[in-house]
Structure formats: structure tokens, C-alpha cells
Design a protein around this ligand. Structure first.
Ligand code: NAD
Length: 253
């Protein structure tokens, strides 16, 4: 059912939240646009500016690695300045109230942790861009470490332990999904009775399979996104409005 207006959508969402035992929020880039971080697929989104660099290209080419890090450092003021928005804060309220055990996110911006979720309760399907990792041995690096070497040598650095490339700790197109996060997200989707997909175009798979999985396992499904998605038809409630305005009323103390 598509909510006819914001008010009735918020009311119905409130009823579903009150009736739910276990709520699993699932978030995409749209929850962070009000925090100043552009999404991918909106008209002013990141894709309109830069084609993503697939994983095999990153591995094969120093030039691709340099470009990837140049883009990341260009985004740093944006990521560093971003604070949790109303959506993040509303979900953190559900978490603190014991209604939501964890959040599944496609986002890489660390804003759920910043809003009060324990790091272990943020299931990051696509990793995290606030630090870096060696793609060979998995050693973690701070972004400052990468920046210092990049600035000194003019090229993206390799791991000081195993000499493999160092990449933001994110999952690029063509890169294997993190097994532990996929397993935990599967369990959450199968066990919840209310699954709320927020700010995702639901076109990036396998992440987009989780709302369907939750619905097939008996959960109610809510989709909050200003544009229609391919899963609107199977949802119990669809709210085509701004996320901050929709979830603002659920921000608690
Ligand atoms: P997407 O860009 O494909 O879709 C975002 C959706 O959110 C769009 O349909 C858009 O209409 C909607 N939206 C944007 N702002 C909104 C608002 N204020 N209110 C309501 N709806 C709003 O994003 P996705 O589905 O998350 O998939 C893209 C991939 O991009 C993800 O895998 C993610 O890793 C990555 N990404 C992450 C960030 C981030 O961490 N903040 C930012 C950009 C891209």
C-alpha cells in the first residue's frame, strides 16, 4: 500500500512499529543525503560525476588506484563534516529502546555508529570508507597513513607488510561480499517481524535481496524512498517522501 500522504504514512508506520517485536532497518545512501553526502542514483548523485571503478580495475592498474584515492580524498571534507541525520537518529532511538537489535546498511559513511549503534550492531554490507585495508593480508590502515604516502610519492601506496594494494575498506563492484555481514543480515531478515528499507533504490544485489527475504519469511515490509522501487509492489507500506520528514517524529531521547 502506498501512503496517500506523509501524515497517513507516518501514522501507519507508527502503528507497525508499536506492534512489532523485532524491527530490522535496512538503509541505503538516501538516509545520508540530508547529512550532505550525495547518493549514487539521484540526478545530482555521485554517478552523474564519476563512473565507479570496478574491483578488477583497481587491482590491475596503478592509475585506477591513484584515481580511486584522489576521489576519496576529494570527498573527505564531505564525509568528515557529516553528522547523523533525523533518519539515523530515529533508528538509534529504536535501537536504544530495544526494538531494533541491529541495522543492516549498504552505506559506507559510519553515520549509524556515530548515531549511537554499537559498531558490532551495524551490519555493513558494502564496508566502510572511513579507514583502509590491504586487499591481500587485510591489514587495516588509517586514511592519514595513505594520504601521507600518496602526497609524498604521488602514487597510491601498497601494504607495508605484504606489498598488495591498500584500498578503502569498502566493497567495490566485482568484489566479493563480506561473508560474516551477509550471514548476519540473513539471520536478521529471517527473524524480524518488521523490516524497514530506507533510502535505497533497491537495485544493487545481493543487498536488495534482503527486503524480499524478510517479506518471504513473514515480516511486514515498509519501504521509505522518495522514488518508486521495484519492490514497492510487495511492501505492506510504501512512503514516497523525504526520509528526515518521515522518520523525524520517531527521534526519541
Ligand atoms: P542509491 O543512490 O542507488 O539510491 C538512493 C535512493 O535514495 C534513491 O532512490 C533516492 O531517490 C533516495 N533518496 C535520496 N535522498 C532521499 C531523501 N532525503 N528522502 C527519501 N529518499 C531519498 O543508493 P543505494 O541503494 O544505497 O545503493 C548505492 C550504493 O552506493 C550502496 O551500495 C552504497 O554502498 C553506496 N553509497 C553509499 C553512500 C553513503 O555511505 N552515504 C553514498 C553514496 C553511495
Amino acid at each position: 500500500m502506498i501512503a496517500s500522504d506523509l501524515r497517513s504514512g507516518v501514522d501507519r508506520l507508527g502503528d507497525l512499529i508499536a506492534a512489532a517485536r523485532t524491527i530490522v532497518p535496512f538503509t541505503g545512501a538516501g538516509i545520508s543525503t540530508e547529512c550532505g553526502i550525495p547518493d549514487f542514483r539521484s540526478p545530482d548523485g555521485l554517478w552523474s560525476r564519476n563512473r565507479p571503478i570496478p574491483f578488477d580495475e583497481f587491482v590491475a592498474s596503478q592509475e585506477a588506484r591513484d584515481e580511486s584515492w584522489r576521489r576519496r580524498f576529494a570527498m573527505e571534507p564531505t564525509f568528515a563534516a557529516a553528522k547523523p541525520g533525523r533518519g539515523h537518529r530515529a533508528l538509534a532511538s529504536l535501537y536504544r529502546a530495544g526494538k531494533a537489535p541491529a541495522v543492516i546498511t549498504q552505506n559506507i559513511d559510519n553515520l549509524h555508529q556515530a548515531s549511537g549503534f554499537a559498531p558490532d550492531h551495524v551490519i555493513e554490507l558494502h564496508g566502510n570508507t572511513t579507514y583502509a585495508r590491504c586487499i591481500g593480508c587485510g591489514e587495516t590502515y588509517q586514511l592519514d597513513w595513505v594520504k601521507r604516502r600518496f602526497d609524498a610519492d604521488g602514487i597510491a601506496p601498497d601494504c607495508s607488510l605484504c606489498a598488495e594494494p591498500v584500498k578503502t575498506a569498502t566493497i567495490s563492484f566485482g568484489q566479493a561480499m563480506p561473508e560474516d555481514a551477509m550471514q548476519r543480515a540473513t539471520e536478521l531478515a529471517q527473524q524480524c517481524d518488521l523490516f524497514i528499507a530506507i533510502g535505497s533504490s533497491l537495485v544493487v544485489w545481493p543487498a536488495a535481496g534482503f527486503p524480499v527475504m524478510a517479506k518471504n519469511c513473514g515480516a511486514r515490509l515498509v519501504i521509505i524512498n522518495r522514488e518508486p522501487t521495484e519492490q514497492d509492489d510487495i511492501a505492506d507500506l510504501v512512503i514516497h517522501h523525504d526520509i528526515g520528514e518521515t522518520l523525524g517524529p520517531f527521534v526519541g531521547n
